[in-house]
Design a protein around this ligand. Sequence first.
Ligand code: HEM
Length: 427
Amino acid sequence: MNPTALSLEQTPPLSVPLRFFLTAPLFVMAAAAVLLWYGPVVLSSRWMPALLAVTHFLTLGFLAMTMVGAVQQLLPILMASPVPRPRLISTMTHLLLTIGTLSLGTGMLTGQTSLFVLAMVLLGLGLLIFVVIVGYCLIRARSSHASVAAMALAIAGLAVTAGIGLVLAGGYGLTSFQLPRYLTDLHLIWGILGWVGLLVIGIAYQVVPMFQLTSNYPAAVMRWLPRWLFTALVLWSVALLLPQSCYWLVLVGGMALGAGYVSFAVITLLLQQRRRRRVSDVSVNFWRLALVSLLLAMLLWGADGLSLWHHTQLLLGVLLILGFAMSVVSGMLYKIVPFLVWLHLNNHMQATRRWGEKIPNMKQILPQQRSRWQFWLQLASLFLMLAAVLWPVLTRPAAACLLLAFVLLWWNLLEGVRVYLRYVRAG
Ligand code: HEM
């Protein structure tokens, strides 16, 4: 992939992705507020309702929100297959996802069954529209690039995650239906290592070489890794649903999954190590943090069989959600938002015939210094949250740090929008 292969003229209006990117940090602030309000008790068990609410503010409110926005932006640019009626589709998916996540989170906090039912309708509808439209765009893309296959598998992962999530929500919202708790592990692994992980891999194939000036991923890795991971997930899930006697199959599936993600992390770290131009870049820092968290999570998962830690499940959740997924997404936002502002400013200047005027470059749109501060805050919140799992008294300091980190991320993204508006209005 090289930048000249981008179909920049097909880019959707700036408001399409930005509404998702600017809403997402607000959900992290909501998660931090819940942690601050309830304090150490939240981390006392993985089934605490407040922890389930925090988890979904982070996974649906932040991760799914940014990824749904990013995919609508990337489909036309990277795969030359734009989403039809982009304004209408983005308005619908954004509203359904936002109100649906709020309903699910508050339902979890208050135990109100009607909120679960509302969440099931809104999230079910929003994610269904998204999955169908993206599936259609991917088929129409007719591209043999490995990213297309990875993205298609990620979308299938989202469908499985949401499908199981809706059944689980039914267990809370519908009195006649018993919560099928044996599905929860499947739901969370398909969410984090299916939907989020595969999408990160698909996007990394294009974005890491392009924005971080590395060589391409090896062709065999690009072709086979997503298929390997998806097959391992299916194997692991089937094994988990079979009777106890098939425990060996759970181990094989789990090891194949772990080996696949370890390879992805190691290969990406090596590519970044051999970058062509070694300028310091905050988004590379975020990627490194994410990949190291992913490696640690896979090691911890492997060691889980040895029962070394009492708190493995919560540590894994923090490493995978806050350490891996949220760091990659923050790193991507610091590249995508200034790039889009620059691109739309450029298009605007051409369209309004302001050819002579200079527009700011990406580093001027989002100054590195402020992004770096935000990175350190996010890193501190990860350390504090991991420590809080072991010493719950640290829950509130961890939450305060998380809150500050995402207020600053939000402010930084808003700054990019302000630059755009300043230049457009000056005309
Ligand atoms: C339609 C969307 C979704 C719905 C309705 C939903 C619903 C639920 C429900 C009701 C539970 C509690 C299960 C129980 O008590 O056993 C749960 C757990 C969980 N969900 Fe979701 N979910 C959705 C999407 C997602 C996504 C996209 C992710 C991750 C990317 C995710 C990650 C998790 C995790 C990590 C847990 C388990 C928390 C724990 O065990 O401590 N969910 N979900």
